[in-house]
Design a protein. Structure first.
Length: 328
């Protein structure tokens, strides 16, 4: 047992120090960043990763290597974030609900119906208010490289039709693990059930859960159209995510590489977001061809039900700040 523990610890140290390797002189230093995601290689986020890899390696002449790990190969998002905080050379796309554990203001962006569409989100992340919130990550152990990776609006995925909140009563819907996500689904009538994304397909198949809520690119990548029958187009969350790495590792990079990584991360986020937006209609067509029925719903009852989330989590003031920053 002691030998096993020693090997595990040794492997962890290798992971920490493999971020940079010396090859002769300071000018010859090479660095590696490992990008992980629970999403598959088909997902626009992964395509954005590929774009980031191509451009960063070209601009650093191969001195900053980007290695890609789809389909939870580096573990769940939460696990990768924990590695990053320890100084490991990893990065992951993560949503604002997880980031709210570091900077509480980010929690509002994980609440239902905060933004109407991606254009509003993209506009907001250029505002002084968002920049003030982002600055609060300093000293946390995390470095946000960009926050413009749009994955689509999230809808309810079920075996029975859902057209109003009362239709969700008693239905176990897989939820992200954050408090706001759980509160939101419960407020809209569902029985929120936290579960890792990698377990959703088998969870529905084996009736551990009755459905899920997710964005269409992820639904397509996970082939959930094989185990669900209906999609309610509620768009309750606009899933915009950020690429987060280790603050300690990022600070170890030469300033020139830091600048390149930050700039290319934003460009890659815009690239991935465009792929998402361009592909949403096709994802729906593909799922309809597989036998899934899509339902347009009256959003007002869902919006009204979600107000409980704002009240219970004291989010009304932050929502007002966002609206003001957007000129609404």
């Amino acid at each position: 047992m002691k030998k096993i523990i020693f090997l595990i610890c040794a492997a962890g140290l290798i992971g920490v120090f493999s971020g940079c390797a010396k090859s002769g002189s300071d000018d010859g230093m090479t660095y590696e960043l490992k990008l992980g995601t629970v999403l598959t290689e088909k997902d626009p986020v992964y395509k954005g990763y590929e774009e980031l890899k191509k451009n960063v390696e070209a601009k650093t002449k191969g001195k900053l290597i980007i290695s890609l790990y789809p389909s939870s190969q580096l573990g769940a998002d939460k696990d990768i974030l924990e590695q990053a905080k320890l100084g490991t050379n990893v990065a992951v796309i993560t949503d604002s609900s997880r980031l709210a554990e570091i900077v509480p203001e980010f929690g509002i962006m994980a609440a239902p119906y905060v933004f109407e569409n991606y254009d509003e989100i993209r506009k907001f992340i250029e505002t002084d208010l968002f920049k003030q919130w982002s600055a609060k990550f300093a000293g946390s152990g995390y470095k946000m490289l960009s926050f413009n990776w749009y994955q689509g609006d999230r809808h309810f995925l079920t075996k029975v039709p859902v057209e109003k909140p009362s239709d969700l009563k008693g239905i176990r819907i897989r939820s992200m693990g954050s408090k706001i996500a759980i509160d939101s689904l419960n407020a809209m009538g569902a029985n929120a059930t936290p579960l890792p994304w990698s377990e959703v397909y088998t969870g529905i198949q084996q009736k551990a859960i009755d459905g899920a809520e997710a964005q269409l690119p992820a639904v397509d990548g996970a082939k959930l159209y094989e185990v669900i029958s209906h999609v309610a187009l509620t768009g309750h969350f606009q899933l915009n995510t950020g690429l987060v790495t280790s603050e300690k590792w990022f600070d170890s990079l030469p300033a020139e590489y830091q600048k390149i990584l930050l700039e290319e991360s934003v460009k890659a986020g815009d690239y991935a977001s465009k792929l998402t937006l361009d592909g949403l209609k096709q994802y729906q067509k593909n799922m309809e061809a597989a036998g899934v029925t899509f339902h347009k719903v009256d959003l007002k009852p869902f919006i009204d039900a979600s107000q409980k989330v704002y009240k219970d989590n004291n989010l009304f003031e932050l929502k007002a700040q966002i609206d003001k920053a957007l000129g609404k």
